[in-house]
Design a protein around this ligand. Structure first.
Ligand code: ATP
Ligand code: MG
Length: 462
């Protein structure tokens, strides 16, 4: 049987000492607290596999305590110790979720047997739960569109591993759906009711990233005017998604490695060790093997993150997915924008199918959002898709990139397209987009209102 980390709530005395000694000799780790207040504090701060507590009439709050313990650690084992004349108290505790009771006085062996049985029972319940969940999953991946074998293969691995606690490393080019898959893993795991926290490691500099991940104490560095709880603490009992991990500094890499190995860390500028139970999913669009070879990424961290590896192929390698995805986005955006668009012309379908999609699904999605917004017709035509490189007849010279479509185009529509393109290039920062087009921010703002343009990131994934 596995070694357990057990919280023992028992008043100081010989019996408590005996239980502690016995459990430790059996290879378990024991934390001993004398009363309910101490017990509650421990339950809120650390993760235990089991709680052994004495139930007494005067300690009638023990039933609350059992309920609390089961709420915070639903898979932990709770065993009550009870005087034979007060068994009804233990039964009450069992109604609140306790797993069993032992009458005092008892032999050490009785405690051992109870623990073994409960562990066996737990793993059976866990396995059963797991099996049932993997069956249900099939119906819960509706948001992930695509019929290709390549995508099906990825999803079948996701279904298998979602329920474990294994770390997952997702690789794939930009826009292939790494974040979407990370979300699918979390929402199909036992942790789905708990937080799913995302951190983009490329977005923040060294110390800022460390403070983002691990939090900081007041005064830890200039500007740290109050204590801050980091993302790992926020993600406790849930999942953290570390995006673009290749961009972590060596010192952050060392700290993340420690969380993976020991489930603990200190806040920046702090001394208190904080324990967490967090599943880590990470992603990178750089080749981590190359980063390791160049000594920019720790190989020990790589192996910890890469317990399960998921590679999402680029869209051009699974062209069967293009049209189903295009249809999906077309209906979604025309619904959201209340536009009556029926579908694609055969020429537009061919363009979609043959295009290289360097920006993968994100590019497809953006292209369709733009087409739906701009299209005045029922059918989307190739020119509505305004894909890079297609209107340019093989000429990549920027000055010639703006081309009038064959049948002409109203000037106002051209203006709308340019504004959208500027916004996309500026990552939707209006000030920067205005600079691209040499207009003031006010003019940009006015045009955005006039054309009813919205940032696609405001549209939540449904
Ligand atoms: N199979 C799919 N079905 C539906 N939508 C998808 C699919 N794959 C990706 N998307 C959508 O495409 C967009 C890009 O996906 P996502 O953000 O997950 O990509 P990414 O790999 O994390 O990109 P990056 O490397 O740039 O961060 C999102 O809007 C996502 O919802
Ligand atoms: Mg991403």
């Amino acid at each position: 049987m596995a070694n357990l980390k057990i919280l023992l709530m028992h008043p100081e005395g010989l019996l408590g000492k005996r239980i502690q000694k016995f459990l430790e000799e059996e290879g378990h780790t024991v934390k001993w607290v004398g009363d309910e207040t101490g017990c509650r504090q421990c339950l809120d701060q650390e993760i235990f596999d089991g709680l052994i507590l004495e139930v007494k009439p005067e300690g009638c709050r023990t039933t609350d305590l059992v309920r609390h313990a089961k709420k915070v650690h639903s898979f932990g084992i709770v065993i009550c110790l009870v005087h034979p004349e007060q068994v009804s108290l233990a039964l009450e505790a069992m109604e609140q979720g306790a797993d069993g009771y032992i009458k005092t006085p008892f032999e050490d062996k009785e405690l051992q047997i109870a623990l073994d049985r409960l562990q066996e029972y737990r793993s059976l319940v866990g396995a059963n739960f797991y099996l049932r969940r993997t069956q249900d999953l099939i119906y819960r991946f509706d948001d992930i569109i695509g019929d290709s074998q390549a995508l099906k293969k990825v999803l079948s691995v996701v279904k298998k591993v979602a329920y474990s606690n294994a770390s997952i490393l997702i690789a794939g080019e930009t826009g292939t759906g790494k974040e979407l898959i990370a979300g699918a893993v979390h929402y199909n795991s036992a942790r789905r009711e708990k937080p799913f926290i995302k951190v983009n490691c490329a977005a923040l500099q060294d110390t800022l990233l460390e403070s983002e991940l691990f939090g900081h104490e007041k005064g830890a560095f200039t500007g740290a005017d109050k204590q801050r709880i980091g993302r790992f603490e926020q993600a406790n009992f849930g999942t953290i998604f570390l995006d673009e991990i290749a961009d972590m500094s060596p010192s952050t890499q060392a700290k993340v490695l420690r969380v993976l190995q020991e489930q603990e860390f200190e806040r920046v500028g702090g001394t208190k060790t904080i324990k967490v139970d967090v599943r880590v999913i990470s992603a990178s669009n750089k080749d981590l093997k190359e980063e390791i070879a160049a000594k920019r990424f720790r190989d020990d961290l790589y192996y910890r993150l890469n317990v399960v590896n998921l590679w999402i192929p680029p869209l051009r390698e699974r062209r069967e997915d293009i049209l189903p995805l295009a249809e999906y986005f077309l209906h979604r955006f025309s619904g959201e924008m209340s536009k009556k668009i029926v579908g694609f012309t055969p020429e537009a379908e061919a363009v979609l199918r043959d295009y290289e999609w360097p920006g993968n699904i994100r590019e497809l999605r953006n292209s369709l959002e733009r087409s739906v917004l701009l299209s005045e017709k029922e059918w989307i035509r190739p020119e509505d898709l305004s894909l890079h490189g297609l209107d340019e007849a093989g000429d990549s010279n920027d000055a010639k990139a703006i081309r009038m479509p064959e049948g002409g185009i109203p000037l106002v529509e051209m203006e709308k397209r340019l504004i959208l393109e500027a916004l996309e290039r500026a990552n939707w920062v209006q000030k920067e987009a205005a600079e691209f087009l040499g207009v003031s921010r006010r003019v940009m703002h006015y045009k955005i209102q006039k054309f009813g343009i919205r940032n696609p990131n405001w549209v939540k994934n449904k």
